[in-house]
Design a binder for this molecule. Structure first.
Ligand code: PGA
Length: 256
């Protein structure tokens, strides 16, 4: 069975001090039995990555960033490189979140360039895909998600796919309290697996972890995480509440 991954996306929340308190609460209270069989990841804002890397170092919790740029260095004011993220202890980076696609106009091409650069620098990537409400209502969701998966993975080698995680996050379910049903999630996760199998092969698809994201909380986590093809969750709002985040990770660790 694929190892589950529970990832907390803190988005643009928590000051430098507040983020340390949150990281301490999570790392002090999480049971080692959870991180033994489940990958638990937190993705704080850039400014807190370095200090949090120290806070979580003996807790079994992993560190990730929420974005990265597709160049190594140079005159790109305001951007952060993959090497910089590695240097503060990041193992993962979230790429192509729907908020980046919507507010910062990131295209599949941009996402693909970032994925390549991050993988080349030894980071693991969580590539986000998901349809809008309009695409879901029109029945275009399979086409939309397949295009995102294909575009984001263009020219990514089969070997590199070991370090790729896909997060299926229907845009209409993010931060809205509306979550996809386990059946809807399973359907799309299966479809993503088929797309990856066609792009690579069945082994690559078999080893690929696909997370669900969109209003996952302590109450619905068990149901969503037990759905067929769901290998974990990308969590926004509930990842800012230490008890809820730990309880979701605990549910994941109990699923056989
Ligand atoms: P949410 O966010 O859990 O607050 O819906 C999920 C995400 O955007 O990754």
């Amino acid at each position: 069975m694929r190892r589950k991954l529970i990832a907390g996306n803190w988005k643009m929340n928590k000051s430098y001090n507040e983020s340390q308190i949150l990281a301490e609460e999570i790392s002090k209270n999480i049971e080692p039995t959870i991180t033994e069989n489940t990958d638990v990841l937190i993705c704080p804002p850039f400014i807190s990555l370095g200090v949090i890397s120290e806070i979580i170092k003996d807790s079994g919790i992993k560190l990730g960033a929420q974005n990265v740029y597709s160049e190594n260095d140079g005159a790109y004011t305001g951007e952060i490189s993959a090497e910089m993220l590695k240097s503060v202890g990041c193992e993962y980076v979230i790429i192509g979140h729907s908020e980046r696609r919507k507010f910062f106009y990131e295209t599949d091409e941009d996402v693909n360039a970032k994925v390549k650069k991050a993988l080349d620098n030894g980071l693991k990537v969580i590539v986000c895909v998901g349809e809008t409400l309009e695409e879901r209502e029109k029945g275009d969701f399979e086409k939309a998600v397949t295009a995102q998966v294909t575009g984001s993975l263009e020219k990514i080698s089969k070997e590199s796919m070991r370090d790729v995680v896909i997060a299926y996050e229907p845009v209409w379910a993010i931060g809205t309290g509306l979550n996809a049903t386990p059946e809807q999630a399973s359907e799309i996760h299966g479809m993503i697996g088929n797309t990856v199998s066609k792009l690579y092969d069945s082994d690559t698809a078999e080893n690929l972890r696909i997370l669900y994201g969109g209003s996952v909380n302590a109450k619905n986590a068990k149901e969503m995480l037990s759905a067929c093809g769901v290998d974990g969750a990308l969590i926004g709002g509930a990842s800012l509440k230490p008890d809820d985040f730990i309880s979701i990770a605990n549910e994941a660790s109990k699923i056989k």
